[in-house]
Design a protein around this ligand. Structure first.
Ligand code: NAP
Ligand code: GCO
Length: 265
């Protein structure tokens, strides 16, 4: 059974794995035996992350690459294949959010979120699939969201992107399953990272942020998740253990999607 989850001999590329959820998933994949490659859009975050990986005994290779730039992505993948080898596991993790009421959002802001959160996973997947086919198969894991299923105020672009990413996941699964490529999604709930830090800020009177309290009431587990909560799910979806799981979105949300919410006292 241990071998089912082993990633020994596999090469994993995790986008946006400079910190947060991506870093935690890359760490887990390394602990399962994978060789780790990652990218962010800034040299500073690549350099910092390489140091942090090294402290954990992980010899990660980092690239500065904007995932929305197809030429840069193609160059990065070619360089990885030349220097390290064919990518067995792609985790499309890089993502941004803009919290703006839709009627106040510029089209350019909407498009920017779509570009990073939806078009980039298309660009990244398109770049790795040909070699995965030649190599006999592979794993593509798209990091979706509660907003792949639910909406809320101010996140129209993000929800549109993450909803589309759910369907892109199902379509890649449909189109490439015959080549032994499994494409699945992970839908994290509310996770304590820099992306959600504004939603957890302590208020001037020292109280918790209203949204923080709201999420606690909507989560049966009664807490925010941590990036480490994604470790097991990503290793499962990257390993042989999930070879007949395809087109599935695995929600790691503490039960939010199952729960109507705690009755206000
Ligand atoms: P984060 O802390 O903001 O990290 C996002 C990462 O993406 C950073 O490393 C960032 O690196 C990178 N990135 C952003 N734009 C990029 C681009 N154009 N090219 C390359 N890299 C880029 O976010 P997180 O909370 O860890 O979230 C990671 C993923 O999980 C995202 O897709 C997010 O939507 C999703 N998610 C998060 C939560 C949550 O509650 N936190 C829940 C569900 C889903 P640089 O800025 O250094 O380039
Ligand atoms: C928000 C949050 C969420 C989380 C996550 C939930 O503003 O509602 O940022 O979008 O990041 O995507 O799964």
């Amino acid at each position: 059974m241990e071998n089912m989850f082993s990633l020994k001999g596999k090469i994993a590329l995790v986008t946006g794995a400079g910190h947060g959820i991506g870093f935690a998933m890359a760490k887990a994949l390394a602990e399962a035996g994978a060789t780790i490659v990652f990218n962010t859009s800034r040299q500073e975050s690549v350099d910092n992350a390489i140091e942090e990986y090294a402290k954990l005994g992980i010899n990660a290779t980092g690239y500065v690459c904007d995932v929305t730039d197809e030429k840069a992505v193609q160059n990065m993948i070619a360089d990885i294949e030349k220097k390290i080898g064919v990518i067995d596991i792609l985790v499309n993790n890089a993502g941004i959010i803009k919290r703006i009421p839709m009627h106040e959002m510029e089209v350019s802001e909407f498009k920017q979120v779509i570009d990073v959160d939806l078009t980039a996973p298309f660009i990244m997947s398109k770049a790795v699939i040909p070699s995965m086919i030649k190599n006999g198969g592979g794993k593509i894991i798209n990091i979706c969201s509660m907003m792949s299923e639910l909406g809320r105020e101010t996140v129209s672009a993000y929800a549109s992107a993450k909803g589309g990413l759910k369907m892109l996941t199902k379509n890649i699964a449909s189109e490439y399953g015959e080549y032994n490529i499994q494409c699945n999604g992970i839908g994290p709930g509310y996770i304590a990272t820099s992306q959600t830090a504004p939603l957890r800020e302590i208020q001037p009177d020292g109280s918790r942020h209203p949204f923080d309290k709201f999420i606690i009431s909507k989560t049966p587990a009664g807490k925010w998740g941590s990036p480490q909560d994604l470790a097991g799910p990503v290793v499962f979806l990257a390993s042989k253990a999930s070879d007949f799981v395809n087109g599935h979105i695995l929600y790691v949300d503490g039960g939010i999607l199952a729960y109507i919410g705690k009755q206000p006292k």
